[in-house]
Design a binder for this molecule. Structure first.
Ligand SMILES: Cc1ncc(COP(=O)(O)O)c(C=O)c1O
Length: 378
């Protein structure tokens, strides 16, 4: 379930308070003498506490977060960044925006990066491994971290789609050198648009903090107008409006995951044993927001998609938005050899059906759904 399903009076009240009680100060920086609160800064502390990391920086989007984090990890023009074929277009855009080269590894039945496909792609130009925890499920991180150590590479986790999930008891986004999440409207928690960069490295956080705010060092001995700077940056700041909403949404994350789990478990328990399910890495806890399985037979697949459509549940990315999530289709930004590499992934993704888990659909709805799906396999 995406957080937008339970946006309610709490978020509205937080916005009202911002205007009524706090003079409508919408900027997250400065105005020190006239403001009572710094909501975005508070939000960052809450994220650190939630996922147990030292630093969190809120920015304007998940896409911006990826770009800033890559820059912080030292990625420059001409460097190579290895990421995966099942993804969202934003990850590749962030790499290209820096002038770096995206190198695409295939996925396996977890629908995340296949660790065995990475090593052959590493060259002298490779700087960063960028695994993407797709649709609520962790990448198997141990082999990735091993490769990073062996070849002295940095790891950036794109955790835009799995905030709240864990791998070996660690929250995603805290395993690599840095992790990013998205707060856009389709995500597990949302403030409309927004992103966060998590890291345990003071150096990485310092770069990101300065870069996202035109290089401001936020020197405590200076007013903002006379602040010091040593790098140039850009404007990727989050506003206080986003900050207050995100703070309310963060309070709801455990509730959202627990409600997701009920619906997901019902599907998992009752679905026909003839159906192959998405592989989930051992010792990981997922966020249960998408239930994915594979159907080899094209006509059965169409039948199931029709069932989902008739019940007004639909599918989530697979197959409805496959062209935005599989790099095989991105001939406007990837070279032919990269596209061809992803054929294998495309073939696997084409067999996958992703059921969105919604809170506004009750257990009865999912029960009806799974029964109808099972009839296709009788
Ligand atoms: C895997 C992945 N990476 C990056 C992004 C970009 O996040 P945003 O929409 O906040 O820019 C998304 C958003 O859909 C995503 O799913």
């Amino acid at each position: 379930m995406p957080g937008f399903e339970i946006i309610n009076y709490k978020e509205a009240q937080a916005i009202n308070n911002l205007f009524k009680k706090e003079k409508g100060i919408l900027f997250a920086h400065g105005f020190d003498k006239i403001r009572k609160k710094y909501h975005v800064r508070e939000l960052e502390k809450l994220f650190c506490k939630k996922i147990n990391c030292k630093y969190s920086l809120a920015v304007s989007s998940g896409t911006a977060a990826i770009k800033i984090a890559l820059l912080a990890l030292g990625v420059k023009k001409g460097d190579e960044v290895i990421t995966q074929s099942f993804n969202f277009i934003a990850t590749i855009e962030a790499i290209l925006d820096i002038g770096a080269k995206p190198v695409i590894a295939n996925i396996d039945h977890s629908l995340n990066i296949c660790p065995h496909d990475i090593e052959k792609l590493i060259t002298k130009k490779t700087k960063v491994l960028l695994p993407v925890h797709m649709l609520g499920v962790p990448v198997d991180m141990d082999p990735i971290m091993k490769l990073a150590k062996k070849y002295k590479l940095k790891v950036l986790e794109d955790n835009c789609e799995a905030f709240g999930a864990t791998y070996k008891k660690k929250f995603l986004g805290t395993i690599g050198d840095a992790g990013v999440m998205s707060l856009d409207f389709g995500k597990i928690i949302t403030c409309g648009e927004g992103g966060v960069i998590h890291t345990n490295s003071k150096k990485i956080d310092k770069f990101c903090r300065e870069y996202h705010d035109h290089g401001h060092e936020n020197n405590v001995n200076r007013p903002r107008g006379r602040d010091t700077r040593s790098i140039y940056g850009f404007n990727y700041r989050m506003t206080e409006m986003q900050g207050v909403i995100a703070k309310e949404q963060l309070k709801k994350i455990n509730y959202i995951i627990s409600k997701n789990r009920l619906r997901y478990n019902l599907l998992q328990k009752n679905i026909s044993s003839k159906i192959k399910l998405r592989k989930i890495p051992k010792k990981s806890k997922i966020i249960y927001d998408t239930f994915i399985f594979f159907v080899d037979n094209a006509s059965k697949r169409q039948k199931i998609i029709k069932i989902l459509s008739n019940l007004k549940i639909g599918t989530k990315n697979l197959p409805d938005a496959i062209e935005w999530h599989c790099s095989f289709y991105w001939n406007h930004m990837l070279k032919k050899d990269q596209l061809n590499r992803c054929k294998k992934s495309r073939d696997l993704l084409k067999k996958a059906i992703a059921i969105p888990i919604y809170l506004n659909r009750n257990l009865k709805d999912y029960n009806k759904l799974v029964k109808s799906i099972n009839l296709c396999f009788k």
